[in-house]
Design a binder for this molecule. Structure first.
Ligand code: HEC
Length: 243
């Protein structure tokens, strides 16, 4: 057998095995235990720019029938539309939890991802987790909101970790509150943001931003509210995990 020919076979074999490894991902650790249910610990409903990583990891937990955490259970993540999980599978730790970092795909919209585990008889338990990829304008809206709005409209935290939400008399709704915000037209949103609560006969605790923000910034905020709405404002652009 001539050497060059042998060399090309070795190369071809090396390439085939490299490709199949790539397709299958790293060798999967076999589960050491099985649970009956998956619950979300943290990391759903985050919004990040298209193609970028979510700020917080997604953490899920495997429980048995009694609700006790299960260590060593296999968890797999799946998503469509170019979502990347790092890692996409693995065993739960001693606390019964599995953590993954998520990067969203290149198209803005809602990404519905799935985490799954199997019980000892092979029956799958899964949970769906929603994340939102913001387009360019919506990302600008988020930057403006982080500076001017979240301190009243987000009860949990702001980039500075302070919230004024609980000190308000009138209720400033979360920007994810589709039940309230989907009922408001773009014109009403522009009016309340530009002229304050009084413009719509609402509380003056909602300040006017017409002198602080430009029209493109107010349009970007409206785009953000539409993108974050749950239930969705427009049902297009939803990426469901493949089954
Ligand atoms: C100082 C606190 C405060 C800040 C800052 C603030 N808001 Fe508000 N906002 C309110 C309150 C209070 C209401 C509820 C008014 C009512 O229902 O009478 C409200 C209402 C709204 C509403 C109507 C829907 C709802 O939640 O009831 C929109 C839309 C809105 N604000 C957008 C914004 C945007 C966009 C920003 C940032 C540019 C912002 N707000 C900043 C306090 C605030």
């Amino acid at each position: 057998m001539n050497r060059a020919w042998l060399g090309s076979i070795v190369l071809a074999l090396a390439m085939t095995s490299a490709c199949s490894r790539h397709a299958a991902g790293p060798a999967e650790a076999p589960p050491k235990a099985f649970g009956a249910a998956l619950v979300l610990v943290s990391g759903d409903k985050q919004a990040a720019g298209v193609g970028s990583a979510l700020d917080q990891p997604v953490v899920v937990q495997v429980n048995d029938e009694k609700g006790t955490t299960v260590a060593g259970a296999l968890v797999r993540f799946a998503g469509a539309g170019g979502v990347i999980f790092d890692p996409d599978r693995g065993l739960t730790g001693s606390d019964g939890q599995f953590t993954t970092n998520v990067s969203l795909g290149g198209v803005h919209g809602l990404y519905r991802i799935v985490a799954a585990t199997k019980n000892s008889s092979g029956k799958a338990a899964e949970i769906r987790i929603d994340e939102i990829a913001l387009g360019y304008q919506e990302t600008l809206g988020k930057q403006v909101s982080d500076i001017h709005c979240v301190r009243c409209h987000d009860s949990e935290s702001t980039p500075e970790r302070v919230s004024n939400h609980d000190n308000l008399i009138a209720q400033a709704h979360s920007f994810t509150d589709g039940a309230i915000l989907n009922a408001m037209s773009d014109a009403d949103l522009a009016a309340i943001i530009g002229h304050g609560g009084a413009a719509l006969g609402k509380s003056a605790e909602m300040p006017p931003y017409g002198n602080t923000l430009t029209k493109p910034e107010i349009d970007a905020l409206i785009g953000l509210l539409r993108a974050l709405a749950d239930p969705p404002y427009r049902p297009q652009g939803i990426f469901y995990a493949g089954r």
